[in-house]
Design a protein around this ligand. Structure first.
Ligand code: PRT
Ligand code: ZN
Length: 283
């Protein structure tokens, strides 16, 4: 049995549980329960505050966990990280009042900066050769300048709308973050084997999320040109259509290159292009 710690309620919770479910692991979750056990995989899920997850995994109370890199690195536990999960992307940024004059990070010399991430901020300021007074506060960091508590803040940003609505402007990006899977470093052989199985499934889910299955029709004389436009397709399938002189081409493409490629395919004579999501992808 492997124990995973996930955030009980917050920005990481839904995506963490969705990932576990996409791995084909079933469980019943209730907001009242502190833990639950999967009915079809040797996994027990503990629901915790995100800040407690790195410590519990380091101590072996949980074997693995899902947490933001911002929390992990702030707590100095980055060695536990095993896999970037690609969700809950955000950044830790410095922000100052909109009206403040700001040219470079040197302008923060000697200033008061409020943050919930003193260690990440201190590391950044040191790298930049700036000395400032760091005030550690645990919440509502964005109101610190307007109540006269600080000249600047260092806080998590995703859309940027919280900064704007508090009259602040983002001036430096201190740290980029996303959710990561972490693991205790002394897992038993049995637990390691379960983790391997889980990672195999996570990789299949991640690959599938980035990939699309594409089907299209093309006149036979255009097939070679179209195949050359399909990036990453080592060997697309080419099947004859009932209509004489036409083929159907099937391949897997990466979502990132997708729209541009569709235009080039159409220009090259592709017709009836279908793009379908892939549920799992095993290499
Ligand atoms: O209760 P618990 O301690 O478990 O949760 P929490 O309140 O400490 O954390 P939570 O749920 O807010 O965030 C969990 C993790 O999600 C963080 O550690 C980050 O890794 C990640 N994450 C992603 C974010 C955001 N996006 C985010 N936007 N964490 C916080 N925010 C906050 C930010 O602090 C600011 O107040 O959202 C506001 C900014 O958002 P925008 O969109 O207005 O820029
Ligand atoms: Zn927290």
């Amino acid at each position: 049995m492997l124990r995973i710690a996930v955030q009980k309620s917050g920005r990481l919770s839904d995506d963490s549980l969705a990932l576990i479910r996409e791995c084909g692991i079933s469980f019943i979750s209730s907001s009242l329960k502190l833990k639950t056990e999967s009915t079809n995989f040797p996994l027990e899920i503990l629901f915790l505050r995100d800040d407690d997850i790195p410590g519990y995994v380091a101590d072996g109370v949980a074997d693995i966990g899902i947490v933001g890199q911002n929390v992990l690195v702030e707590e100095g536990k980055q060695d536990l990280s095993v896999e970037e999960l690609g969700f809950s992307k955000c950044r830790l940024s410095l922000a100052v009042p909109k009206s403040a004059e700001y040219n470079s990070v040197k302008d923060l010399e000697g200033k008061n900066i409020a943050t919930s991430y003193p260690n990440l901020l201190q590391t950044y300021l040191q790298e930049q050769g700036v000395t400032a007074h760091i005030h550690t506060i645990s919440g509502s960091v964005e109101i610190a300048p307007s109540i006269g508590l600080a000249d600047a803040i260092c806080d998590i940003v995703s859309s940027g709308s919280t900064l704007i609505s508090n009259g602040l402007k983002e001036v430096e990006r201190v740290f980029k973050s996303q959710a990561v899977l972490i693991a205790n470093q002394n897992l038993s052989e049995e637990k390691k084997a379960i983790l391997e199985k889980l990672l195999f499934r996570i990789h299949a889910v991640q690959r599938a999320q980035r990939a699309k299955y594409i089907l299209l029709n093309a006149p036979n004389e255009k097939v070679d040109e179209i195949i050359s436009l399909l990036p990453g397709a080592k060997s697309p399938s080419v099947l004859p259509l009932a209509q004489e002189g036409w083929s159907s081409i099937h391949s897997v493409v990466n979502e990132d290159d997708f729209w541009e490629m569709i235009e080039r395919l159409r220009d090259a004579g592709a017709q009836g292009i279908l793009v379908v999501p892939i549920e799992k992808m095993i290499l």
